[in-house]
Design a protein around this ligand. Structure first.
Ligand SMILES: *Cc1c(COP(=O)(O)O)cnc(C)c1O
Length: 473
């Protein structure tokens, strides 16, 4: 064997690198928690590209490389990160991924991932139970919410289409505020723009359930067969939960598929204080819940759970056999029959390790804490007369803007856009923005339980400071 090949598998070296790397990561976490380093160091994409193209290692340990990668990345564990919806990974869950990476069990068939396959079944059963499904439910873990939504909609199509309906005439009803992964999935499935029926939202940014009948009938008159309704729990921009009970009732009456995209807020099934937001979820035919959003795992890992076990096989079944062979017990253990992935990493051990070491209460505590933070923050916004709250939050997502009565709408849009850009370039905080009803809003998502009131006050003061600079221009 070549020396180099022997070298890369050298166990002693792995141990030395590993210890150094864990030290490095621990320092990174500590620095992030204590805000010793900024949330992010902004450089342009071109500068970043040039840096890595010309990068040279000046030592023969990987520590320098990993340190440089950390330094040039955004730091989700910093409590001043209040931006996009992604968890500060539980360190134990990250370690479980090192085990998964080394084992590299493919998990397509049972024998290529025996432990992982059984663990996946245990965690699926846990999530199904918390949704309120009975023992008929089943599902799997897949690589992200977008893929979970696509798989759910493929299953809906397989189950709901009858041979006399052409692909061209299938339609799906979805909130105009739904995540764009839904539209992407439907486009992949060959649905046209006209077949993606966007139901408008009300003032609370929920799908207007009283319009469902009208939109359904209109589609029917146009020769379309509506096969499914997709609810958002919550929608991404505003964090508002659709009325799942009403949507379930409608789908039940029409005998059509009800999918809930609970990628972000499905984790509230663990929170006794907030699980009421998901009332009706147990009537859904399929539910997407992301682990990396609010179940504290690294990305991307998502749960896709079906109320009826046999539907979890539908998406990738070559023929519609399952329709006639429902009695035939499907294997629970050869997972690739059901997932888009063939080779799939042991994502499930992240959730399982948190569950086993810390207990399921920790998931509820996480969601409850983050939703509380949003309530506290929105009170602060209401209290200050140079800020405006879009709407009382329903989750950990809050939309607001800096507002002076003397400024026109177009100036306010420019001002808030500049505030967000300035924050991004300064790197002390990370928040995002969204456009709603033609107005630019600043948008925060509380993802870190370590974020506190002091940080909120500092953020608002920083926004005021930036706004004053803009005023002088
Ligand atoms: C994040 C999100 C998705 C997409 O999930 P990924 O894991 O990023 O692919 C879909 N729907 C909603 C509501 C989301 O919040």
């Amino acid at each position: 064997m070549e020396d180099k090949l022997a070298d890369i598998y050298n166990v002693q070296k792995f141990k030395e690198f590993g210890i150094e790397l864990i030290d490095l990561i621990a320092d990174h976490l500590k620095n992030s928690y204590d805000n010793k380093v900024k949330v992010s160091h902004w450089v342009t994409p071109e500068e970043q590209l040039a840096y890595w193209k010309n990068y040279k290692l000046d030592s023969n340990t990987p520590q320098q490389l990993f340190k440089d990668i950390i330094d040039r990345s955004i730091h989700i564990h910093n409590p001043r990160y209040i931006g996009h919806q992604i968890s500060p990974t539980v360190p134990l869950a990250a370690l479980s991924q090192l085990v998964s990476a080394i084992l590299n069990n493919g998990m397509a068939v049972y024998e290529m991932g025996a432990a992982g396959t059984a663990i996946e079944k245990v965690v699926i059963d846990k999530i199904a139970e918390k949704i309120g499904y009975d023992s008929n439910a089943d599902g799997f873990v897949t690589s992200g919410g977008s893929l979970a939504n696509l798989t759910a909609l493929l299953a809906a199509k397989k189950v709901m289409s009858t041979s006399d309906v052409s692909n061209d005439s299938l339609a799906v009803m979805v909130s105009s505020e739904a995540h764009y992964s839904i539209e992407k999935a439907l486009k992949i499935m060959g649905l046209s723009n006209e077949s993606i029926i966007n139901v408008p939202v009300n003032d609370a940014f929920n799908m207007q359930t009283d319009l469902l009948e009208e939109y359904y009938n209109k589609a029917h008159l146009e020769g379309k067969k509506v096969i499914a309704v997709v609810g958002s729990a919550p929608s991404t921009s505003t964090g508002m939960y659709d009325n799942l009970q009403e949507l379930a009732k409608f789908c039940n009456a029409k005998k059509i598929w009800f999918h809930v995209d609970a990628a972000h807020g499905g984790a509230a099934i663990f929170s006794s204080e907030y699980k009421h937001l998901l009332r009706g979820l147990s009537n859904a035919d399929s539910v997407t819940i992301d682990g990396h959003k609010m179940l504290m795992t690294s990305s991307a890992m998502s749960f896709l759970i079906f109320k009826e076990k046999q539907n979890s096989y539908a998406a990738f079944m070559q023929k519609a056999q399952y329709l006639w062979e429902k009695e035939q017990e499907e294997d629970w253990y050869d997972l690739a029959k059901r997932t888009f992935e063939c080779t799939k990493s042991m994502m499930c051990i992240q959730f399982y390790s948190i569950l086993k070491f810390y207990g399921e209460d920790v998931f509820g505590q996480f969601v409850t804490r983050l939703y509380h933070l949003a309530e506290i923050f929105s009170e602060k916004i209401k209290f200050r007369n140079d800020f405006e709250l879009l709407i009382q939050p329903n989750s950990n997502i809050v939309c607001f803007r800096y507002k002076l009565k003397t400024l026109s709408e177009s100036k306010l849009n420019r001002l808030n856009g500049e505030i967000r850009e300035c924050l991004l370039h300064n790197g002390d905080f990370y928040i995002v923005q969204t456009t709603l009803n033609n107005s630019v809003y600043l948008r925060v998502t509380f993802m870190n339980p370590k974020t506190d009131e002091k940080i909120m006050d500092e953020l608002l003061s920083e926004i005021q400071r930036i706004a004053k600079l803009f005023d002088k221009k």
